[in-house]
Design a protein around this ligand. Structure first.
Ligand SMILES: Nc1ncnc2c1ncn2[C@@H]1O[C@H](COP(=O)(O)OP(=O)(O)OP(=O)(O)O)[C@@H](O)[C@H]1O
Ligand SMILES: [Mg+2]
Length: 1107
């Protein structure tokens, strides 16, 4: 879902007033109260029009998060509460979208938060501008230039633990898309005096402490330094450590930043060597030495330090030593050397240290610029950020304060110029009549300082260049002469008698009425500081150094380029650079950030009104508001104005259809706002007094409350209505469902009752019908019975009648026949013999019999003894004859059949007959044997050469030769044996070898036992005491048991004339050696198919399981 654009305004939820232009009444107290109120509510930013006042909160507020960046991104300046991001966004967007170069001027006193503000601006711009590897590298380099410059240019002071001791102006360059390309940094006036001397409670530049704390032992040794701060005269000892500052960690940050910015390793090394040399210079001490010619001379106390410096910097020790002892003045090809006394030597030493350091700092800036400069020549858009000291008003103000205040005076001038210009341009653009604005133009003060002929700086330069004795006093005298009549110049000694009695103005001071207040300057040191002298001997010694960086820092030391002209003074240099800066700023659209320090304690939550008041004064903030408010205090494009106040008038609420301007006109007329209070521009409405705006705001607030109530009312109504409708809908649905449910229930009840009633009725009807039907049926049956009885009666009656009739008829016929017979017999008696009747009977019988036999001849069945057919009997009286004839015929045809048999066949059938007699209906195996022809010699002993030995051993005729299984008595397992039956013997031989194992004469066989079941087991019992019986009875099994038993029986019968006892029983005893073992046949499972299994159960029992 797209994020809903919420239209807000600076005027929403304002604490105090967000824009001082709207302050009513406008005076110092209300101004300070407003700032305080906002500060107490953590609102550290307040606007004066487009100027941002920033009060240092001295604690980290959660208002610089990425979310805040997003909040302020692409929003109008007055849309959200005042913030430095709003200014940054405005500046960045008009740079990117309107192609206007921008500058952001950050001023304020030390510790007011200028440097932090400049970093916030840079980080905001970095966050919102383009992204990508290259762009990010540029951003990173620009951002990382800060820690490097801060390490070398910042120091702890009484007012700020991280005070910038130089002015900085940085141009950030962008391409047409708004992506950063690079930057250029300019530095102003490094406070180099800090190198050699720091006020109490303050420190030297951070870098000295950072090296000593953070560098490794090895690196320190290389730089010939010791970690102990107290070893160095240039390091103020009383506050060498700063609370909350980790110098060692910062040293690592600086080295890392230098690497990111692009410093080569050897460059970094050289930089630290110079820093080390400066530090060690402070340790060189001089002692006085009187010379013969009476001149004072100085001598270096301990040359060790000097030696180390020379080793570090590659300077010839004697050259440097000399440079500390002599001063050569060259004038018109004349060189005059004078010796330096101790004070001069110290002065020279300190001058060298200061110069070395300040030049190193400038070199660093140049080097950084080299790294961060844009790599392309295309036209660039520029955003300048100026972080420069604000007005300084101390008790003792010196040359530095003079220079700084001059710079601020120039900045104020440019502010007035640009603001008024902008204002004027806007009025012209909007077609509003230009009203003259009364304001204080500080051009006159600038002129007092910078005028080329009569300006204070020009005077100072003149004094410095003037031959003869020049002191600060002569300079003040000159000022007193030249500037005496200037309105803003005050001096006790001036010709102007106004200040003759002003005791607050010492004689050695002059006072300037700056736009921000009066400042009194001590003239002492002006000339010296302006001269900024470094003896040529020293610069030449430096140039001779075997150290490329130091050599490069002192180009004027090159004798080939010797320049007798004096170098430009500090004042003129500064004036020139300020002029360049102003020129630069004038081409850009200015954005102001005015920083205010709330207290001197560097503490959060404390708002020292006197201190703030002081700053407001010298920052000229009231003046700022007045300039801003000169014409109209407030202006706003018609659309947002109408949007904001349209609820105040019926015609414009809720929608105005028509041009926004017309809407605003209607609105203002309706509200009866006095005409002089506003003006209609082309695109904006201009409101003269904040009062009017506040009146509008109050009305709006009131109206909003009403509207909120209305909206709340409507919303609640709507909510209740929707809720009600929803409930109603629900109720209808529920009711309909309930009705449906209850009707369903009711219907089901009715239905089931109906079904019950129906079933009762149906039952009743059915029973009724059944009763009727039963009655009907009974009636029918009764009728039938009656009818049947009636018919029966009728029939019987009829039968009786017919019977009677038939009897009568029969009787008549019989009587008639008897009568006829009698008549015939009586008639024919005379013609027949007495036995004729019997003869006729016989004859008839004969004829019938004849006919019967003749017919039987043709109906004879086949001759097969098994043909059961026989013709039907023709006459009852032939019953017995017919049966007898059938029997005779069957016997006859059996005879016929038998007559066809050969002797062999006869023998076979005899055997079969014998078998039948022995086993039929006794042994279950028998029926299967009926169809099998008895072959006897299953093994062809005589033909098969394998059995030659056996054949040779048996000379009798073999009746049976067959393989049987001899059951092992011990375990019931079977072993194959050849079973031979000859006329006289039973033989058992080994199947493989044919060797005879046992031979039993038939006379010794007493009995054969077998079961009644379908198995081939049989036992051959031997006569007790016979030779063969010594080994015990045989228990054998054969597939041809019936045949073998039959043949054994027949052979025994024919040989011994005794019938062999064949015992058929399912349990019999067998003699095994001495023991009698019972062989028992039981019903077994069909696990092994149909094969019976034999198992020795115990000593006395052998069990045969027959399936
Ligand atoms: N917006 C801020 N939020 C939190 N702390 C701040 C903010 N601005 C400044 N400070 C605190 O105030 C201290 C001083 O700020 P800063 O160094 O920017 O002052 P300055 O105006 O640059 O002073 P100088 O002129 O001495 O350089 C910072 O070190 C920081 O602790
Ligand atoms: Mg600073």
């Amino acid at each position: 879902m797209a994020k809903m654009e919420v239209k807000t305004s600076l005027l929403d939820d304002m604490i105090g007033v967000g824009d001082m232009v709207l302050l009513e009444p406008l005076n110092e107290d209300s101004f300070i109260n407003n700032l305080k109120k906002r500060f107490d509510h953590n609102e550290v930013y307040t606007y004066i029009g487009s100027v941002v006042i920033s009060i240092n909160p001295y604690r980290s507020l959660p208002i610089y998060t990425p979310e805040k960046v997003e909040e302020y991104r692409n929003r109008n300046f007055y849309e959200l509460s005042p913030h430095i991001f709003a200014l940054s966004d405005e500046a960045y967007r008009s740079l990117r979208d309107q192609d206007k170069d921008q500058c952001i001027l950050i001023t304020g006193e030390s510790g007011a938060g200028k440097t932090e503000a400049s970093k916030l601006v840079m980080s905001y711009v970095a966050a919102v501008c383009g992204k990508g590897a290259e762009v990010n590298q540029v951003k990173e380099q620009l951002l990382q230039s800060n820690p490097v410059l801060e390490a070398f240019g910042n120091a702890k002071t009484m007012r700020n633990d991280n005070s910038s001791r130089f002015g900085k102006y940085m141009d950030i360059e962008f391409d047409f898309k708004g992506d950063p390309l690079g930057g250029v940094i300019s530095n102003y006036l490094l406070e180099k005096s800090r190198v050699v001397k720091q006020p109490r409670g303050e420190r030297n530049f951070h870098i000295f402490y950072q090296i000593l704390s953070g560098a490794s032992e090895e690196f320190l040794c290389k730089l010939k330094l010791e970690r102990d701060f107290s070893r160095y005269n240039y390091l103020g000892l009383d506050s060498a450590r700063v609370n909350g500052v980790d110098d060692a960690a910062n040293f690592r940050t600086v080295r890392n930043a230098m690497q990111i910015v692009g410093f080569m390793d050897h460059e970094t090394q050289s930089v630290f060597e110079v820093v080390a040399a400066v530090l060690k210079l402070g340790n060189i001490e001089f002692k006085p030495e009187s010379r013969a010619n009476g001149l004072d001379e100085s001598k270096i106390k301990d040359k060790n330090e000097l030696k180390e410096i020379c080793e570090l910097t590659g300077i010839d020790q004697s050259v440097l030593e000399r440079a500390f002892s002599f001063r050569t003045v060259e004038a018109k090809q004349e060189k005059v050397s004078t010796t330096l006394n101790v004070a001069q030597a110290y002065y020279a030493r300190d001058a060298l240290a200061k110069n070395l350091y300040s030049r190193l700092f400038s070199w660093l800036v140049t080097r950084i610029n080299e790294s961060i400069k844009a790599q392309t020549k295309v036209r660039k858009k520029v955003m300048g950020v100026l972080d420069i000291y604000g007005f300084e008003i101390f008790e003792d103000n010196s040359f530095e304060q003079f220079i700084i205040n001059y710079c601020n005076e120039k900045l104020q001038q440019i502010f007035i110029e640009l603001t008024l210009k902008e204002e004027q341009e806007e009025y012209i653009r909007e077609g509003i009549e230009w009203t003259h604005i009364e304001y204080f133009n500080n051009a006159i003060i600038c002129d007092l300082i910078e005028n080329n002929q009569t300006g204070i700086l020009a005077m100072l330069d003149e004094e410095c260049l003037r031959p003869g004795t020049v002191t600060d006093d002569t300079f003040l005298e000159k000022l007193n002469q030249v500037c005496a009549t200037h309105q803003h110049f005050e001096s006790r000694m001036s010709k102007c008698s106004r200040f003759l009695n002003d005791t607050s103005l010492p004689h050695s001071c002059f006072r300037i009425q700056h736009y921000a207040g009066k400042v009194m300057y001590q003239v002492e040191g002006f000339v010296d500081k302006n001269n900024d002298l470094l003896y040529r001997d020293l610069s030449q010694a430096m140039w001779k150094a075997n150290h490329s960086l130091i050599k490069a820092l002192f180009p004027e030391g090159n004798p080939a380029k010797i320049n007798l002209k004096r170098p430009p003074t500090a004042g003129s240099q500064f004036k020139a650079s300020v002029a360049t800066l102003m020129k630069n700023l004038q081409t850009k659209n200015p954005n102001y950030i005015r920083c205010i320090k709330p207290n001197d304690k560097k503490a959060a939550h404390i708002f020292n009104e006197a201190l703030v008041c002081h700053q407001i004064r010298y920052l000229g903030l009231l003046e700022n508001v007045r300039v801003r408010r000169a014409g109209y205090a407030f202006r706003q494009p018609y659309e947002p104005c109408l949007e904001r106040y349209k609820m105040l008038c019926k015609q414009t609420w809720p929608h105005w259809r028509g041009p926004a301007r017309a809407g605003v006109e209607v609105l203002f007329n309706e509200l009866r706002i006095p005409e002089e209070e506003f003006s209609f521009g082309r695109s904006k409405i201009f409101i003269r007094n904040p009062r009017t705006l506040f009146k509008l705001e109050d009305l709006r607030k009131q109206r909003l409350e009403d509207l909120a109530t209305l909206i709340g009312k409507i919303y609640r109504g709507w909510k209740c209505r929707t809720h009600f409708l929803l409930m109603k809908k629900c109720q209808v649905v529920i009711a309909s469902w309930y009705r449906r449910y209850s009707q369903q229930k009711k219907y089901q009840k009715i239905k089931s009752s109906a079904i019950t009633v129906q079933s009762y009725i149906r039952g009743w009807k059915a029973r009724k019908l059944l009763r009727e039907l039963k009655h009907l049926k009974r009636c029918n049956e009764a009728a039938t019975v009656i009818a049947a009885y009636w018919h029966g009666t009728q029939a019987r009656r009829e039968l009786r009648r017919l019977k009677d009739e038939a009897r009568n008829k029969h009787a008549i016929a019989v009587i008639w026949a008897f009568w006829l017979g009698y008549k015939v017999r009586r008639e024919y008696r005379k013609f027949f013999r007495a036995n004729a009747g019997r003869k006729i009977y016989e004859f008839t019988l004969q004829r019938i019999m004849q006919k019967y036999f003749l017919e039987m001849k043709n109906k004879m069945p086949s001759l097969s003894p098994i043909d059961k057919n026989w013709p039907a009997r023709p006459y009852l009286f032939l019953e017995s004859t017919h049966k007898e004839l059938k029997r005779i015929f069957h016997l006859w045809r059996c005879k016929k059949y038998r007559d066809q048999f050969t002797d062999q066949q006869k023998l076979i059938y005899e055997e079969k007959l014998e078998a039948s007699e022995l086993f039929k209906d006794k042994k279950a195996l028998y029926p299967a044997s009926v169809g099998q022809p008895f072959q006897g010699a299953y093994l062809e002993i005589s033909e098969n050469p394998k059995y030659k030995k056996l054949k040779d051993a048996v000379d009798e005729k073999i009746i049976i030769a067959e393989v049987v299984n001899k059951i092992n008595r011990a375990n019931g397992k079977a072993a194959s044996r050849i079973f031979l039956l000859t006329k006289n013997n039973v033989l058992l031989a080994d199947q493989k070898s044919g060797t005879i194992k046992s031979e039993v004469p038939l006379g010794d066989v007493t009995k054969v036992s077998m079961s009644s079941q379908n198995d081939g087991f049989f036992a051959v019992h031997l006569k007790e005491g016979s030779e063969a019986a010594s080994k015990g009875d045989f228990l054998l099994s054969s597939d041809h048991l019936i045949e073998m038993a039959t043949k054994l029986y027949r052979t025994t019968l024919s040989q011994t004339k005794q019938k062999l006892n064949i015992e058929i029983s399912d349990e019999f005893l067998v003699q095994f050696k001495q023991d009698k073992v019972c062989v028992k046949f039981i019903q077994g499972s069909q696990k092994n198919g149909n094969i019976p299994t034999c198992k020795r159960k115990n000593n006395r029992l052998l069990e045969v399981a027959v399936p």
